[in-house]
Design a protein around this ligand. Structure first.
Ligand SMILES: N[C@@H](CCC(=O)N[C@@H](CS)C(=O)NCC(=O)O)C(=O)O
Length: 256
């Protein structure tokens, strides 16, 4: 079976799917056209159905959206299962996946871009991590790419206004609150039942830009304000849980 993952190496939604594919040992090829060209590629692959990455090509279909992709690989590749069979646990795992996808993912991304944009040279460092290698030797190309990233993230992710960053900090705090209260009401290590599910995978992958555990996607040198923010969250149980979940379940990532 030919499986192709179209992805952005640095992105947390893409990390969610890479993690699932690697955990299940699904052999696949990876392609990574640089952002923002990926939007056109996603639209072309999915015939207009999705404009975001990741996109997975499998069985002759192109599937957009990390939740739909994980559902599709769960159907085709049995183990280890990510979505519980028991109906109550299944519903809880999928509801938590949805919560972290919608109420956390956009905000952890927004805040990182906010701090990169505010930091001198921050978006240039970001540009250098996502541009094709050969172009990073040209100062002009890096500047043009950084300006493109500033415009794209302002329009698509509301990066710029301090009010938007404040909202992101509040949403991230709320996501940690939910994570910690779900862990407290369960056995402690996992969000649903007594094993790793798509709920843990989603919470950990989408908090990775905030926590920066060792096996998370490589980030550009973080701005001091981001380091300070990270340090302010370090005492939270949820922060330690993300680090432990990566250490225990991520395995050595296949790069890029
Ligand atoms: N709900 C989507 C979100 C994916 C997403 O936002 N991907 C970003 C990269 S991190 C993207 O391609 N954004 C392009 C855009 O918003 O136009 C998923 O779970 O896959």
């Amino acid at each position: 079976m030919s499986v192709v993952l179209w992805h952005i190496p640095i992105s947390h939604y893409n990390e969610k799917v890479r993690w699932a594919l690697e955990l299940k040992g699904v052999g696949h090829e990876r392609r990574a056209p640089p952002p923002p060209s990926h939007v056109a590629v996603a639209l072309w692959l999915t015939r207009g159905a999705a404009h975001t990455f990741p996109v997975l090509e499998i069985d002759g279909r192109a599937i957009g959206d990390s939740t739909a992709i994980i559902a599709a690989i769960e159907e085709r590749f049995a183990g280890p299962p990510l979505i519980p069979d028991e109906p109550g646990e299944r519903a809880r795992a999928l509801a938590l996946e949805e919560f972290f996808d919608e109420r956390l993912g956009p905000y952890s991304r927004q805040l990182v871009f906010h701090e990169l944009r505010a930091d001198d040279g921050g978006l240039r460092r970001f540009a250098a991590t996502v541009m094709p290698d050969r172009l990073t030797r040209s100062d002009l190309a890096v500047s043009a790419f950084a300006r493109g990233a500033a415009a794209f993230t302002r329009v698509r992710y509301r990066v710029g206004p301090e009010a938007a960053a404040a909202e992101s900090r509040a949403r991230i705090a709320a996501a940690f609150d939910r994570l910690e209260s779900e862990l407290e009401s369960g056995a402690g290590d996992y969000l649903v039942g007594d094993r790793f599910t798509v709920a843990d995978l989603t919470a950990a992958a989408l908090l990775a830009p905030v926590v920066a555990p060792p096996r998370a996607p490589a980030e550009p040198d973080p701005p001091p304000a981001l380091v300070e923010y990270r340090d302010s969250l370090r005492g939270r149980c949820g922060f330690a849980w993300v680090e432990e979940t990566f250490a225990r379940h991520r395995g050595e990532p296949v790069r890029p």
